[in-house]
Structures are given as structure tokens and as C-alpha cells.
Design a protein around this ligand. Structure first.
Ligand SMILES: Cc1cc2nc3c(=O)[nH]c(=O)nc-3n(C[C@H](O)[C@H](O)[C@H](O)COP(=O)(O)OP(=O)(O)OC[C@H]3O[C@@H](n4cnc5c(N)ncnc54)[C@H](O)[C@@H]3O)c2cc1C
Length: 202
């Protein structure tokens, strides 16, 4: 396969979700990524979790990604925002039986996205493939891979991460600024299934 409706650079969460959404609409996509996907399902690769909003979750269900989840994830029933130990804060509660979102381990999200993309009849995943040249014209794009293959599509999507080289090459500028804050991201295991009432009501 050397021709598709869309060529996507990057088989991360964004690139694979887009490929699956296109496939669900009957559009074809070729995903090019220099990485080896094998280690991505391991905890050591990315031990983080993602908060998937209820609308994103509806999208993942609609495009068939949720069918590949190893587990259903943890529903977000309440979000409490606190400023240190100051009284007050913000609180959001789920309504109408629909959670505010779902917590999913990134490795499960990545595995499900990849399984869905692999199952797509209109999707081709080219892992461990490096781009040698991109030739953009009025009528589309021709991508030359380092192994000599040439790919054609009317549209190229850059989903190659926050430091996207494709975005830079296209001259698309981004604004950066520093928050001058530091954050600690960690994974905690609860002793109990439900939080104590005093913590839950904060
Ligand atoms: C601490 C932290 C917590 C977060 N929590 C949340 C959360 O709770 N909920 C949420 O929605 N989001 C969260 N995010 C954001 C979310 O993780 C990112 O937005 C998302 O992972 C970005 O995915 P991506 O596919 O754009 O990029 P990446 O995951 O970086 O994937 C980019 C892909 O492009 C490939 N690539 C690189 N260069 C090239 C190239 N030249 N050609 C082709 N392919 C290339 C890479 O190999 C990689 O596979 C969090 C982020 C952080 C840092």
C-alpha cells in the first residue's frame, strides 16, 4: 500500500486515534512511526494514567477503541480541586449516571489504540519506518521513506508529538512559556477501595 486518503506521522495516542476515526468513516490512512511499538504496553515504558473525559470516551467507544480495552478503567465520579489546606475549593460531581470521565493506564490505552488500528481494513501501520523526505504540493504530499518506499496522499497530518519536526518544517509556530512551577507525578495504590468519608467530602 503506497496510497491513502491521509498519511499520519506518529503512531502515538493522537495518531492512532485519528487513524481509527478515519477508518470508521471509511477513509484510509498510513501511519508512519520510527518507533518499535513492542515495549509500549509495558508499565516501565509509561507508568502514567490518563484522565479520559466522558466526551473522549464516547469517541473511543464510537470508533471501536473501547472494544479493545483490557479493563474498563476507573470512573471519575467526583473531582475536587483544593488550594493546599485552604477551606473551600471546587467540586464537580457526576450527574445522570454518567461519570465525568474515566481513568485509564496509558499502557492500556496505547495497546487498545494499536489493536483497533491494526484491525482497521483501511489502516496501514508502518512502524520502525523513518521519513527521508516530504514533498508537499498543491495536490498532496509524497513521502519518501529511508527504505526507499514512496507514499502518496492528499493530506499529511503531523501527530509526531509535542516537539513535532513536521510542524516546524511546515513553518507552523507555537508559543512556549514557563509556569515556573514543579510537579510531582506519581502512581498510588489505595489500601481500600473507597476513600474515607472525610477525604471524599473535601
Ligand atoms: C504528566 C502528564 C499527564 C498527562 N495527563 C493527561 C490526562 O490525564 N489526559 C489527557 O488527555 N492527556 C494527558 N496528558 C497529555 C497526553 O499524554 C498527550 O497529549 C499525548 O500523549 C500526546 O500524544 P501524541 O500522540 O500527540 O504524542 P506522543 O505520544 O509523543 O507520540 C508521538 C509519536 O510520534 C512518533 N514520532 C516522533 N517523531 C516522528 C517523526 N519524525 N515521524 C513520524 N513519527 C514520529 C513517536 O515515535 C511517537 O510514537 C498528560 C501528559 C503528561 C506529560
Amino acid at each position: 500500500m503506497d496510497r491513502a486518503d491521509v498519511i499520519i506521522f506518529g503512531g502515538g495516542m493522537i495518531g492512532l486515534a485519528l487513524a481509527s476515526a478515519l477508518d470508521s468513516s471509511g477513509l484510509s490512512a498510513i501511519v508512519v512511526d520510527p518507533a518499535d511499538p513492542a515495549p509500549r504496553s509495558e508499565t516501565a515504558f509509561d507508568g502514567r494514567t490518563s484522565a479520559v473525559s466522558s466526551s473522549s470516551m464516547r469517541m473511543l467507544r464510537t470508533i471501536g477503541v473501547a472494544d479493545h480495552f483490557a479493563e474498563s478503567g476507573c470512573p471519575i465520579l467526583r473531582i475536587a480541586v483544593a488550594d493546599g489546606l485552604e477551606p473551600g475549593g471546587l467540586r464537580f460531581d457526576a450527574e445522570d449516571d454518567e461519570p465525568l470521565g474515566w481513568m485509564h493506564e496509558n499502557r492500556h490505552l496505547r495497546t487498545a489504540l494499536q489493536a483497533r488500528a491494526e484491525a482497521g481494513p483501511n489502516t496501514w501501520l508502518l512502524w520502525k519506518s523513518r521519513v527521508a523526505n516530504v514533498d508537499r504540493s498543491e495536490h498532496g504530499v509524497v513521502v519518501a521513506l529511508e527504505d526507499g518506499r514512496k507514499l502518496h496522499a492528499p493530506l499529511l497530518v503531523a501527530a509526531d508529538g509535542r516537539n513535532s519536526a513536521t510542524r516546524e518544517a511546515a513553518g507552523i509556530r507555537v508559543a512556549h512559556w514557563r509556569y515556573r512551577h514543579q510537579a510531582i507525578v506519581s502512581v498510588l495504590r489505595h489500601e481500600r477501595t473507597d476513600p474515607p468519608l472525610s477525604l471524599a467530602s473535601r
